[in-house]
Design a protein around this ligand. Sequence first.
Ligand code: ASP
Length: 341
Amino acid sequence: MRIIVIICLLAMSGLAFGQDRYVLVIHGGAGTILRTQLTPEKEKAYKEALKASLMAGYEIIKKGGSSLDAVEAAVRSMEDCPLFNAGKGAVFTAEGKNELDAAIMNGRTLEAGAVAGVTVIRNPVTAARAVMEKSKHVMLTGKGAEAFAREAGLEIVDPSYFHTDDRWNGLQRARKLDSTRQQLDHADTAVTSAKLGAEHLDYKFGTVGAVALDRQGNLAAATSTGGMTNKKYGRVGDAPVIGAGTYADNATCAVSCTGWGEYFIRLTVAKTVCDLMEYKGMSVKDAANELIMKKVPVLGGDGGLIALDRKGNIAMPFNTAGMYRAAIKENGEWEVMIFKP
Ligand code: ASP
């Protein structure tokens, strides 16, 4: 009797017969990535950074660690890399500051944590996790989030840590373009990046995210971003909004989004992908495509997402020229991609 109970418990935890599927998928942002503008050196640097992030998370799930640990590690790796618009390398606000947003979600318990508009926390994704695990709240913002991070013993840095010349120059270009953009916005609410041209590239680009399935069969998602270049008035995008840019539910899938955040918030993109699976029986691919290829562009938004279901099925749609993305499966096979297949 006791043996049967033990076997049942182990089978339920997915360990007895070895949960043979474990997967990690990451993105480093979607946008106007043009082959002509990406030098071979830059392409190599991005691919190496994506691979490093992939390996940081994969090593964890390979050893039986949790999907939560894996997505946090993968996102931290990209937050520490100046190539991405998250952590070091984040874009600048109109005031010339870096204000960071991040979220994380546990698909097993539906617990979630997020921070928004933080300026001194080195790894916002870790702060989001601390909010989830060490507070009674889901989202903390600005100074309050920073005070909480200090109390939680997280690494605090001087705001200058986040500065990169590339992003600073991007702000100067955006400032010049801002008036043109506003004129376009007034003329037509469906302003697309195509209309704004390649220079739109610096507005939103390089947000990072990860979704993972661990050996216990649990899903998790995390997203981290500096938001959009030249953002004003404490603007917060979709990344830290649970259900918009980030969501995970073992019953359906884990999702991390990237793109023009306002549209992703209005369409609660991440949760809607889950709902289409749950209530309409759609596959993760069809559900993700419905949002990214239909709903978001119809409103005039652009971007992409990564999604992963409990069986290890992956979706990585985007309606922009490119999306930095990568995936690794239990057999160690990995791929890093930038442009359309
Ligand atoms: N979604 C992010 C935001 O709107 C930007 C991005 O994904 O590049 O803040």
